[in-house]
Design a protein around this ligand. Sequence first.
Ligand code: NAD
Length: 500
Amino acid sequence: NLPDSIDKLPENLDENIKVVRNYINGEWCHSNTGKYIVNNKPATGKVLSYIPRSDKHDVDRAIEAARVANKNKVWSGLPEEARASFLDKIADKIQERFEEAAQLESQDCGKPITTARSIDIDRAVKNFRFFAGAIRHQETGCHTLGTTAINYTVRRPIGVAVLITPWNLPLYLLSWKVAPALACGNCVVIKPSELTPMTANLLMEVVHELMLPPGVVNLVHGYGSEVGSALVSHQHVHLVSFTGGTKTGQHVNTLAANSFKKISLELGGKNSMIVFNDCDVEKAVQVAKRAGWANTGQVCLCCSRMLVQEDIYDRFVQLLTTQLQSMKIGDVSDSSTELGSLISQSHRAKVEYYVELSKTEGGKILHGGKRPAHLENTEFESGAFLEPTLIGELSPSSRTSTEEIFGPVVVIHRFKTEEEALEIANGVRYGLCSSVFTNDLKRAHRFSDELECGMVWVNTWLLRDLRVPFGGTKESGLGREGGKYSLEFYSEDKNVCISL
Ligand code: NAD
């Protein structure tokens, strides 16, 4: 799923195509290699920008800038209020450029403009404001030993933090890391996905305009196998926050372990939505449409497995397929479009592989499964679109039902009893989240307790409160972020004991 690289920029470059640079020590710079990665718009296949194909030399420069800024305490030495005020200003600036950021995100990811506005950019602004507030209100501890001694505990920044993000929610997920890392006083080096670099670049423009001290925020573009690996294994890095695939996460974990770096891994998922016969079925179907196909199914929290109690199964399928038939797919700039493109042609090929595999595994395509015919001979014919797809009649242990597909493909299973539903839901190697639909409060509580995952929603999905712990169990990751959990991750306690 990697974009191509070129040795030099094409001559007579179209003025609409942006040439992006790295941001190191407060300056814009080209890569050491002079090479570029071609960044295409997934919905049309046309070039959006060229980004530096950086190497270890660029990584060394960025880490050195962060190391020196950290050593000189140009950021950690500021009072919390000053850092919070910078975060608020970043939020203000993104808000001022809201529409530009949404358009960039939509073009870069191939996602509908409405999704980019209402999910991506809206949340990015909120993340900065939230962590500005969180650091203002952070409390520290104090313990006295009678009148003989006093212990006070302060939270210190970790130092140089490397932040690596995926392509599905670029600025949303980046701001979820940058905001708490900066709030806690760290200096950061960012590595956005090579598939979606544009809003990370916009964030660097904002940081530059606000004149954050040089070295506090740095960004190096490039391939994960080149730049990402070099960052994670660098001796002067103290913390790694990684969001991406489980396989990459395993590799990152191994690289970071040698030097005892603090690490957070937010990885893949194969999440279940479990629908009991006593729930509000119409509501469950509305939520299922969102949980299955939001962002074209490319959200780590998407519920790509639906488990429905047998006596409401047929009705649920009928209502859901009616919803899918009316989903508007195509022109991502049209605010009524609900389903955009997949991130790339090669990712669509992977998703289509699973659609074909499901047929050999005994699956029945209940809806979709094909490329949308109405986009042929339009400007979107080279885009990576796929119809919203629902597959039934599979075994819950089939590969299609247990492996992460990360596209608009959802499998649906019948179950008889609570025990059977639990066994199916827990029968995957992932453990990110679940959504349970029931009006029986005792069952909701009992069932949630047994689910092997980090987050459970009852009678809803993706209802976010930024204070609560976010993260997965099993192969969905390590650690928790959000609210005080992020502040704890991006800082560490130091206790001072004074004998009186
Ligand atoms: P990916 O693992 O391919 O890439 C993620 C990032 O890691 C990119 O910036 C990439 O350049 C970098 N990278 C790649 N190889 C690397 C290496 N060897 N060392 C260091 N960095 C490297 O993932 P993706 O395809 O961009 O994103 C999709 C995946 O992310 C899905 O599995 C999805 O479930 C997961 N995801 C998880 C969450 C969560 O919060 N749990 C959120 C969003 C996405």
